[in-house]
Design a binder for this molecule. Structure first.
Ligand code: NDP
Length: 249
């Protein structure tokens, strides 16, 4: 029996990168997972890769009607939620001088508004208690030039977790943040930066990571499985950095 045997989990952004790796690990640990994301083709491919115990529901976390549809499907198939991993997120590289209103609104809409309503709308299905994991980033720890809006949204995620820990503890719901450092996922391609620039940024980042490498999505997935399981039943309101030690120096 895996450490998530018979648990029902919802993972936003489950069709790519960290969300997909986590969905695979949750299923390997015995859970049934519902994954969501905007791109149907990637959802179909993710379902194939995960192989079993998975339902994909296409949708945008910043669209509340899509979230209602997601949870209606979960309610219909399983009747409850035990674990929510609010993982969906985007990040545009832009300095204060460069950032546009559209980038600001979209980043806050997805990384914060979407994350909050993902959690709020799960609560009616969490009457047995459970675990909520919020995806932060170690970028919120120190100033990261060029990621002004992204870093601010991720810092606010930590604030949500502190408040919700207090609000939801009486309902036996634990809330924790997982904050990855640089992880090799498709998010790097979505920056629209030239490949050489991305390679240069990664090279500079590696020199700041005590572990000496960029992380893998599975590194975050293993941390998520731990925080979602009863193995972490006395851990609430923490921010777990999965960053090869980067935030400690
Ligand atoms: P990916 O680009 O691989 O995954 C992002 C996921 O979010 C995709 O599944 C995407 O699906 C989904 N998503 C984005 N916007 C929406 C939306 N509006 N509605 C629903 N789903 C959405 O990147 P990662 O796996 O790296 O990112 C996952 C999380 O990890 C993010 O929150 C990111 O900020 C965080 N993180 C990543 C780091 C890294 O170095 N990789 C470092 C620190 C934090 P779709 O496009 O189909 O909607």
């Amino acid at each position: 029996m895996g450490k998530l045997a018979n648990k029902v989990a919802v993972i936003t952004g489950g069709n790519s990168g960290i969300g997909l790796a986590t969905a695979e690990d949750f299923v390997a640990e015995g859970a049934y997972v519902f994954i969501t994301g905007r791109r149907q083709k990637e959802l179909d491919e993710a379902v194939k890769k995960i192989g079993k115990n998975v339902t994909a529901v296409q949708g945008d976390v910043s669209n509340l009607a899509d979230l209602d549809r997601l949870y209606a499907q979960v309610a219909k198939e399983k009747g409850r939620v035990d674990i929510v991993f609010a993982n969906a997120g985007i990040g545009f590289p832009a300095t204060l001088d460069q950032v546009t209103e559209q980038q600001f609104d979209q980043t806050f809409n997805i990384n914060l508004r979407g994350l909050m309503f993902t959690v709020q709308k799960a609560l009616p299905l969490m009457s047995n208690g459970g675990a909520i994991l919020l995806c932060g980033s170690n970028a919120s720890q120190a100033g990261v030039p060029g990621f002004t809006v992204y870093s601010a949204t991720k810092a606010a995620v930590r604030s949500f977790a502190r408040t919700w820990t207090a609000e939801l503890a009486p309902r036996k719901i634990r809330v924790n943040v997982i904050s990855p450092g640089p992880i090799e996922t498709p998010i790097w391609n979505s920056t629209n930066l030239p490949k050489e620039v991305v390679a240069q940024i990664k090279g500079e980042l590696v020199s700041k990571i005590p572990a000496g490498v960029i992380g893998e999505a599975v590194d975050v997935a293993k941390a998520a499985s731990f925080l979602a399981s009863e193995d972490s039943k006395f851990i609430q309101g923490v921010e777990l950095f999965v960053d090869g030690g980067m935030s400690s120096i």
